[in-house]
Design a protein around this ligand. Structure first.
Ligand SMILES: [Zn+2]
Ligand SMILES: [Zn+2]
Length: 101
């Protein structure tokens, strides 16, 4: 069975890209039967979109954990995983708590 390079059209931007024989073999080894629908750059974009929270705040890719502020009871998000037994504050209260030393 010979595998040849294929030209495919990206369903997102319409660019024609090469689905190389190497990639096709890779896909087959993974058990994928579908051809890629998107060009490599659109695939990259998709990937980074999925790992973030949609498209907003392009620069920050830190994962945020929803929690409740121990001080004011407000819903908030923190950039680390809240541990039980440790108070977690919203950014306002955190500043207050940290500032009162
Ligand atoms: Zn594309
Ligand atoms: Zn608070």
């Amino acid at each position: 069975m010979s595998v040849e390079d294929k030209s495919l059209q990206c369903s997102d931007c319409g660019t024609t890209f090469t689905f190389s024989a190497e990639e096709q073999e890779f896909f087959q080894s993974k058990g994928y039967t579908n051809e890629p629908k998107r060009c490599p750059s659109c695939r990259q974009v998709r990937k980074s979109e999925r790992s973030g929270n949609g498209t907003y705040s392009y620069g920050s890719r830190r994962q945020m954990f929803p929690t409740i502020c121990a001080e004011c009871g407000k819903d908030t998000e923190v950039p680390f995983e809240p541990r039980s037994g440790r108070p977690v504050y919203c950014s306002d209260c955190y500043r207050k708590v940290k500032g009162s030393r």
